[in-house]
Design a protein around this ligand. Structure first.
Ligand SMILES: [Zn+2]
Length: 82
């Protein structure tokens, strides 16, 4: 995981957003303003890559949605590996 994403995760901890698991490694993020974004993760050579369809995500920036979903993704991956 890169530092940008880690920083975004730290900041996202303070923001309330709903993350819904859509299956596979796809998540639907609903912001307090009821904006909806789809985030997808994949792991390539043990590194996690995420993509969000918001403006920041499309510009390849680590956005809050990506960060928030990463929490959920980590939890799900952990559950699967046990
Ligand atoms: Zn986003």
């Amino acid at each position: 995981m890169n530092t940008n994403l880690q920083n975004a995760i730290n900041r996202a901890g303070k923001i309330k957003m709903t993350v819904k698991y859509l299956g596979g490694r796809t998540y639907l993020v609903i912001t307090p303003e009821f904006h909806k974004y789809v985030v997808r993760f994949e792991t390539i050579e043990a590194k996690r890559y995420g993509r969000c369809n918001c403006k920041a995500g499309v510009a390849n920036m680590a956005c809050y949605h990506l960060a928030k979903s990463a929490f959920v993704d980590s939890a799900i991956q952990k559950m699967r590996s046990h």
